[in-house]
Design a protein around this ligand. Structure first.
Ligand SMILES: Cc1ncc(COP(=O)(O)O)c(C=O)c1O
Length: 401
């Protein structure tokens, strides 16, 4: 084999491996060497998939439900998705306005490929999940990022998003609850945004992948608010991954106008076909079965969020807004960055992994600086150990030039 790097398609020069996965790979290597790694990098629930969901999968397998299904998902699953949104939000989507995809990621990607043109601008917000930006680029459009601020708890404001609109703007993508900040768009901001997007004729894509994980009883009915104002240009993307602890099963969905769903269906038919048949049966059980499991997991996340915030306050220079959703904290480490020690968040998290064997994800992975993402989707015991090590490491850093 020759040692030269083969030349790849031009589009590959714009994308790399999802940066949130890099920490996980490094942790895996250390673990293989027998090191006690505290992994607070994971973007997935630590809970097992609830038993009634896995039981449905066992049943599907025993019944040999193992063949191709309709490309867009079984009618049963699409009805189940519609049922969940009707129950949770009071909105109504018919089966031909719903398609199941291999995770929220694929749902969002297909929506992007169906709607964005080369030359379009698409507005989204940062600190934010990097895949949204990469998908805009893969569709040939230009991402326009609006920065939310730690001082405002990373709250998403309609006026900030709307200030970025130009004649080339095609769409606005909102992720709420957001990764990595756990911040929400409030219902009143959503109402303003929906009204203006309708007036301007813009598409709105809402990434609702953390929708079941909203805390403190904050009202968050985005499907209804956006739907009432602009349903003909509204695309909702959701997932079974986070709320039902089903990340490995790969099931997400798009709800939207039939033209968008048909576009996604055409793409999917040439790309991956239907979602795994057994997963589809499991997702039906998740969406139509008892929802207590979601409430139980949510209660544990809230307890962990509060506890970790309290532990972080042991070092007052680690300032952290209180997130209202998802399972992440995004504390500021500005006070610990300096040329003499760790000049960037990336250097801080690299040092934290090397010296204290803690995995967190640097702000740079989310188009931001001066912070890291800590996932509290792990046990309180590991969280306590992780925060102790983080504080010890931060305090050990030389400050100054
Ligand atoms: C903001 C956000 N949206 C969507 C997803 C997609 O998740 P999945 O493809 O597992 O449904 C993720 C996963 O990390 C995410 O963080």
């Amino acid at each position: 084999m020759s040692g030269t790097t083969p030349s790849l398609a031009e589009r590959m020069s714009h994308i790399g491996l999802s940066p949130t996965m890099k920490g996980t790979i490094a942790a895996e290597r250390l673990r293989r060497e027998g090191v006690d790694v505290v992994d607070l990098g994971a973007g997935e629930p630590d809970f097992p998939t609830p038993a009634h969901i896995t039981a449905a999968a066992h049943k599907a397998l025993d019944a040999n439900f193992t063949k191709y299904t309709a490309n867009m998902g079984t009618l049963e699953l699409r009805e189940a998705i519609g049922y969940r949104y009707r129950e949770d939000y009071g909105v109504s989507y018919a089966p031909d306005e719903v398609i199941a995809a291999a995770g929220g990621k694929q749902a969002l990607y297909h929506a992007a490929m169906t709607i964005f043109n080369p030359g379009d601008e698409v507005i989204t917000h940062v600190p934010g999940w990097p895949t949204l930006i990469e998908q805009i680029k893969l569709a040939g459009a230009t991402p326009v990022v609006v920065r939310t601020s730690a001082a405002e708890g990373f709250a998403l404001r309609a006026d900030a998003l709307l200030a970025a609109v130009t004649p080339r703007t095609r769409a606005i993508i909102v992720n709420s609850p957001g990764n990595p900040t756990g911040a929400l768009i409030s219902e009143s901001e959503a109402r303003t945004l929906a009204k203006e997007a309708a007036r301007l004729g813009l598409w709105v894509i809402v990434d609702l992948c953390y929708e079941q994980l909203v805390y403190d009883h904050v009202p968050h009915n985005l499907p209804k608010i956006f739907g009432d104002a602009m349903r003909e240009k509204l695309v909702l993307c959701g997932s079974a991954s986070k709320g039902y602890a089903m990340t490995g099963w790969r099931c997400g969905w798009v709800l939207g106008p039939t033209a968008v769903v048909s576009g996604c269906n055409a793409l999917q038919s040439h790309e991956s076909s239907n979602v795994n048949s057994i997963t589809q049966k499991a997702a039906v059980a998740a969406l139509t079965g008892p929802q207590d499991c979601v409430a139980e997991m949510r209660a544990i996340y809230i307890q962990r969020r509060n506890q970790v915030l309290e532990w972080l306050r042991e070092e007052p220079r680690l300032v952290c807004p209180v997130p209202q959703g998802a399972f992440y904290l995004f504390p500021s480490i500005e006070a610990f960055l300096s040329p003499a020690g760790a000049p960037t968040s990336q250097a801080f998290t690299d040092g934290l992994l090397a010296k204290e064997h803690v995995v967190v994800t640097p702000a740079e992975a989310f188009e931001s600086t001066g912070a890291f993402r800590l996932s509290y989707a792990t046990s309180l015991e590991r969280l306590r150990e992780g925060v102790t090590r983080i504080i010890r490491y931060a305090r050990s850093l030389p400050l100054g030039k």
